[in-house]
Design a binder for this molecule. Structure first.
Ligand code: AMP
Ligand code: MG
Length: 356
């Protein structure tokens, strides 16, 4: 009996030593270029290596479905068949992305419109052929934009665009969807602590960082070239986060900044007076990553008044921080209390209209 107890103690001792020294819980981190951005996946836990490797492979798979540059991608096939009347069968993930996008297009009266592609292409912002188009060109492209002309068939997981020349641009939502998909893989591997980071604009923070503290996410200063310059810090745990900013892709002409977030109703970069929008969504919400991604784009188009009003109509667990061009910080829900290291340049906007 004594011998058996001694043996058991020995096994326990070895197990303890191993979990401390054999690397079982050692954080794993991998980076790669996916969806035109540097993706970094970190995780700790017994299955961290498998989660990160599988997560990265999944991201490459998803990229092939939504890339506008691959003729066989779902979005390219939709565009090729536009106006033909034929339905295009989609991967379930892409069908779901379109269904959520359509839901929010309806809720926002087209402020978020996944069919904005003809306008996005016309302006070419972020490419080497960006320019201010003539009003007639804008009007022509606008005729080919309209979420009501994208039809979905839930039974067959298929979709079609009603007019030739239409297209789908998933740039405002795909990274959030991808973050959700990696989050599912982390869940399958029992990962409690980790960070899924798609280029800093969409991420998912789980549990705590290597110092056993919530992850600390810097909100980028919208007018400093150095991406490390922050305007505030947000502790994040078990939440998705996305940011849209007018500094991400833009060109200047005639002293005006033309950025990559288009108001489809106007046919031009949204003149909302905002510089950046950050939104978080609790892990318990379905599609948390996708929601934050599409909502930052949407709120950027809606502007601060309408945008914050809209955010307040959404389920609990979603909150936002908006920075306008006067460096006023607009927050919803508990965001004001959560932000740390808030730059002195910022003034909290109060609903009374007074500045704090
Ligand atoms: P984000 O940086 O997440 O705000 O996404 C911006 C990208 O979404 C752009 O580069 C376009 O590809 C696309 N986009 C621009 N305007 C809209 C819009 N109003 N609705 C949906 N997608 C848009
Ligand atoms: Mg977005």
């Amino acid at each position: 009996m004594k011998r058996l107890r001694g043996f058991c103690l020995m096994v326990l001792f070895c197990a303890a030593l191993c979990s401390w020294g054999c690397g079982a819980d050692k954080p794993v981190q991998k980076s790669d270029m996916v969806m035109d951005t540097v993706v970094t996946l970190s995780a700790s836990g017994a299955e961290a290596e498998a989660a990160v490797t599988e997560g990265m492979a999944r991201l490459h798979e998803l990229e092939k479905m939504v890339s506008p540059n691959l003729p066989a991608s779902d979005v390219s096939r939709l565009e090729q068949m536009a106006g033909s009347g034929h339905w295009v069968v989609l991967h379930p993930e892409v069908y779901h992305l379109l269904a959520v996008a359509q839901d929010y297009a309806a809720k926002t009266n087209g402020a978020f419109d996944i069919t904005a592609k003809p306008l996005v292409d016309l302006w070419g912002i972020g490419t080497d052929h960006s320019r201010v188009p003539a009003p007639a060109e804008i009007a022509k492209a606008q005729k080919l934009v309209g979420w009501q002309k994208l039809e979905l068939n839930e039974k067959t997981h298929s979709a079609r665009l009603l007019e030739a020349g239409m297209g789908v641009d998933a740039g405002g939502i795909a990274k959030g969807m991808a973050a959700d998909e990696v989050r599912k893989i982390y869940r399958k591997h029992g990962i409690k602590n980790g960070l899924i980071n798609l280029g800093g604009s969409s991420m998912y923070a789980l549990g705590v960082n290597n110092e056993d503290k919530p992850w600390r996410i810097g909100l980028r200063h919208p007018r400093k070239d150095d991406a490390k310059e922050k305007i505030a810090v947000l502790p994040l745990s078990d939440e998705a986060l996305s940011t849209s900013g007018d500094y991400e892709r833009f060109f200047e002409s005639g002293g005006q900044r033309y950025h990559h977030i288009i108001d489809p109703r106007l046919g031009r970069p949204a003149p909302s007076g905002l510089m950046s929008v950050t939104i978080t969504a609790a892990d318990k919400l379905e599609d948390a990553g996708m929601l934050t991604d599409l909502l930052t784009t949407t709120v950027f188009v809606l502007g601060p008044e309408q945008g914050t009003r809209f955010l307040r109509t959404l389920p609990a667990g979603i909150s936002g921080a908006l920075v306008d061009k006067r460096y006023q910080l607009w927050t919803t829900h508990d965001m004001a209390q959560r932000l740390e290291e808030v730059s002195k340049e910022l003034q909290f906007w109060q609903e009374s209209g007074e500045l704090q």
